[in-house]
Design a protein around this ligand. Structure first.
Ligand code: TYD
Length: 144
């Protein structure tokens, strides 16, 4: 469910010359990371996301600025505000997500457990709701 998507506090190496945060698979990142991407230059008022994934796991970090992540598991909704580079929101399969309210100059960094595959996306909310209902009926243990 949306409540199984933890907000991970990441280690900070702080120094007079600035701070550094590490994400390392096998240590504080719960999956291998064959792909990293980032959203930037997002115009004010834009919404990103608007889809779910069947298998992909992700960590989302506000590497700069802030934005809001709306999570939906078909039953529950939860909103998470990210505004510090030392927090990562973990997103597991079967969670519909939308990103809103990007601050000017913000950067949304995403670590992904798989390479890009369009077939892993569910981009239609009704299709997502049906997919969730089917998985519930099958007693799937996808954590959502
Ligand atoms: P999409 O995942 O829909 O963006 P968002 O959810 O942030 O709004 O991706 C936007 C476009 O970029 C879409 O045409 C697919 C392409 N894309 C890739 O080619 N590779 C990638 O790794 C990602 C994430 C997107």
């Amino acid at each position: 469910t949306v409540y199984d998507c933890p907000l991970l506090e990441l280690p900070r190496v702080e120094n007079r010359a600035g701070n550094l945060t590490v994400l390392q698979p096998g240590w504080n990142c719960p999956f291998d990371v064959p792909r990293v991407y980032y959203l930037y230059d997002v115009p004010g008022g834009s919404t990103r996301g608007g889809h779910a994934h069947k298998n992909l796991r992700q960590l989302i970090v506000a590497a700069g600025g802030s934005f809001e992540v709306l999570l939906d598991d078909g039953r529950n909704r939860r909103s998470v505000f990210l505004n510090r580079p030392y927090y990562a929101l973990a997103l597991y399969p079967g969670i519909w997500r939308e990103l809103h309210n990007f601050s000017s100059g913000s950067v949304c960094l995403v670590l992904a457990s798989e390479r890009y595959e369009e077939v892993d996306y569910i981009r239609d909310y009704k299709a997502f709701a049906s997919w969730k209902a089917l998985h519930r009926a099958e007693g799937s243990s996808d954590g959502a």
